[in-house]
Design a protein around this ligand. Structure first.
Ligand code: NI
Length: 174
């Protein structure tokens, strides 16, 4: 947080199934796995393109120490995403971010969304989701528009250091 690239609007991807795109996604996967993230956006590793990844692959699903209670979200590569909100209902939930290490905050997000985009091969992806899945997609896609979750916090009493907010939990982060 504070890095100018994280505040930029990222550029759409125009070429699919290219070595450069596959290398970017591999780099993002490695970073997300190393940091036990629920998702990652390309700008977080210094690449201003509209690429996000989120969810967990089957083989690593057992336990994510950062998001132990997360509902299962399938591993997804989502490029040039478009989100359409379904209804106006919003839900509060805790969020952290690999670009804002050591902190958590309560962020209101739309409870249900429809999202679409393409994968790294240019194949269409389209889903209607709610809850944690909807939250992760909104968080990651915000990164593509230069928005970090602290900018969405409405009650700053809920924003703080993980160690102070959850002294009894063994949550490691950044
Ligand atoms: Ni983030």
């Amino acid at each position: 947080m504070g890095e100018p690239l994280l505040l930029q609007v990222a550029e759409p991807v125009e070429a699919f199934d290219t070595p450069a795109l596959h290398a970017l996604i591999k780099d993002m996967e490695d970073t997300m796995a190393d940091m036990n993230g629920a998702g990652l956006a390309a700008p977080q590793i210094g690449v201003s393109l509209r690429v996000v990844i989120f969810g967990q692959k089957e083989e690593v699903k057992e336990d994510n120490p950062r998001y132990p209670d997360a509902e299962d979200v399938p591993y997804t590569v989502l490029i040039n995403p478009v989100i359409n909100v379904i209804g106006k209902e919003m839900e509060d939930g805790w969020e952290g971010c690999l670009s804002v290490p050591g902190l958590r905050g309560v962020v209101p997000r739309y409870a249900e969304i429809h999202y679409s985009g393409v994968d790294q091969y240019g194949e269409m992806i389209e889903r209607t989701v709610k809850g944690f899945h909807a939250r992760v997609v909104q968080h990651e896609c915000d990164h593509l528009d230069g928005v970090l979750y602290p900018m969405r916090i409405t009650d700053f009493k809920t924003f703080g250091y993980i160690d102070a907010l959850f002294p009894d939990d063994d949550i490691h982060d950044g």
